[in-house]
Structures are given as structure tokens and as C-alpha cells.
Design a protein around this ligand. Structure first.
Ligand SMILES: Nc1ncnc2c1ncn2[C@@H]1O[C@H](COP(=O)(O)OP(=O)(O)OP(=O)(O)O)[C@@H](O)[C@H]1O
Length: 229
């Protein structure tokens, strides 16, 4: 893939290994803009590692990653993670109400003064994510796993990220809940222009937006033409 320096996120010659083990990823050149990217590849190939590098949970041993042309090393990590928001596979909600869970990001030190959404705005998000039967005062830990995953997605949107990094967000969901979350993620890209980088094992392909297919295999990462057969 050709490096596009104007892209939101750009990896240049990135190599990463855990501790002193052989590299998981080697000499990766890759660019992401605000499109829809599906990350594929065999188990253990390094898909989650790629996402962890993108949200600076891990740091390359060689090469560099840039956001808006500025190396990650010069970005404040907290600020970077508001721009590139990471959602993990298992939805984690804390004991407490739906509202308390949604407002959680604002408890972080550097975000204490960030503008907070009011109840009407939170309610709009619940409706957008088809959580109309759920109130802001509902106990979050009593929601179904599919509802909890949508709640964690809304929580990740509270800080108005430019891109969402989704690590198999539907893996723990039943087929119906999975399809719903996939459609909502697609809507976020199409209607709100949020870039999506999504690790996915199933054969989901967005219907209304073009997706790019990125394969992680044999320490390399490359874009391939999608073959639905
Ligand atoms: N914290 C860690 N310490 C050491 N090795 C790790 C760590 N996390 C992952 N690995 C190893 O790095 C490699 C890539 O793991 P990663 O989780 O990125 O793969 P993946 O493609 O996401 O796999 P899967 O599809 O099974 O989720 C694997 O060999 C894994 O064992």
C-alpha cells in the first residue's frame, strides 16, 4: 500500500515485537483515512496488535506512526486516544447507571473540562443506537450483552473521535445483535464521517459504504481485493 501522508493515520516501516520475541509485524507501511477498513487474517497474525499500536497501547520497536502528519511520540497519549477511540471485543460496563457509564470518559484528568453532553444529547444517542427501551437511569450491568456493546460504542463516541478502532466488536453477540451493531457502525461511517478500522472474523461487508480489506499475515500487512467466494 502506498503511504499517504495526508491520511489521518500513517505507519512508516513499523516493526513490533512483544518483549524479546520475534516480530509480530515487520516493516509495515500503511495509511488510514476516514474510510471503512476491515482487518482480516489468521488467528495470532497480529490484528489486535495492529489496533493496539494504532491507539498507542503498544509502541513500535522500529519505524513510526503519525497522526495528522505528527509522530505519535509528540502527541499527548490521552488526546490521541480521544481522536482514535478503541473498543474491545467484550463490552465492559461498570456497576452503575447507563448515564454514569456514558459519562465515564469525562472522569479522566485531561478531559475534566471537556464539554459534556446533556441528558437530551445522551437520550438522542440511545435512540440512534436503537436503545429506546433503555433509560439513562437503567442499571448498565442488567443490560443484555448486545445492549452493553452498543452502550460501550456510544461511550466511545462521547469524545467525538475521528476514528473508531473496533476489535471484533460483534464476537460475543448473537447473529441478530451482531447484524444490528454492524449496521450501526456502517451508519456512523456513512452519516457521521467517522473512520472505522474493524477487526472482523465473519464475512461482514458494509452494504452502503465502500470497504477496504486489509490482511495481516506472515508479519506483513497489505490491502487486498476482496474475494467473496
Ligand atoms: N501481551 C502479549 N505478550 C506476548 N505475546 C503476545 C501478547 N499479545 C499477543 N501476543 C502474541 O502476538 C501474536 C499476535 O497476537 P494478536 O492478538 O495480535 O493476533 P490476532 O491476529 O488478533 O489473533 P486472533 O484473531 O486470534 O484474535 C500472537 O502470537 C500472540 O500470541
Amino acid at each position: 500500500m502506498v503511504i499517504d501522508l495526508a491520511a489521518n493515520v500513517c505507519l512508516k516501516g513499523v516493526t513490533f515485537s512483544y518483549d524479546n520475541a520475534p516480530p509480530v509485524l515487520e516493516q509495515v507501511d500503511l495509511s488510514f483515512s476516514r474510510g471503512f477498513y476491515l482487518i482480516k487474517g489468521p488467528s495470532g497474525a497480529g490484528k489486535s496488535t495492529l489496533l493496539r499500536l494504532l491507539c498507542k497501547l503498544d509502541i513500535p520497536v522500529a519505524g513510526e506512526i503519525l497522526y495528522q502528519g505528527v509522530p505519535y511520540s509528540r502527541w499527548d497519549t490521552g488526546l490521541l486516544r480521544t481522536k482514535l477511540s478503541y473498543v474491545q471485543q467484550m463490552p465492559v460496563v461498570l456497576p452503575g447507571t447507563v448515564k454514569e457509564n456514558l459519562m465515564l470518559p469525562f472522569k479522566f484528568n485531561q478531559l475534566r473540562s471537556a464539554p459534556r453532553p446533556d441528558d437530551d444529547r445522551l437520550r438522542e444517542w440511545l435512540d440512534y443506537f436503537l436503545l429506546d427501551g433503555v433509560s439513562l437511569d437503567s442499571r448498565a450491568d442488567k443490560l443484555s450483552v448486545g445492549q452493553r456493546q452498543r452502550l460501550t460504542l456510544i461511550r466511545s463516541l462521547m469524545l467525538e473521535p475521528e476514528m473508531l478502532l473496533l476489535d471484533e466488536p460483534t464476537a460475543s453477540l448473537d447473529p441478530q445483535a451482531r447484524e444490528l451493531v454492524e449496521q450501526l457502525v456502517e451508519k456512523l461511517n456513512m452519516e457521521r464521517g467517522i473512520g472505522i478500522i474493524m477487526v472482523s472474523h465473519n464475512d461482514f461487508v458494509p452494504r452502503s459504504v465502500p470497504a477496504r480489506h486489509i490482511y495481516v499475515e506472515g508479519k506483513k500487512v497489505e490491502e487486498r481485493k476482496y474475494d467473496s467466494d
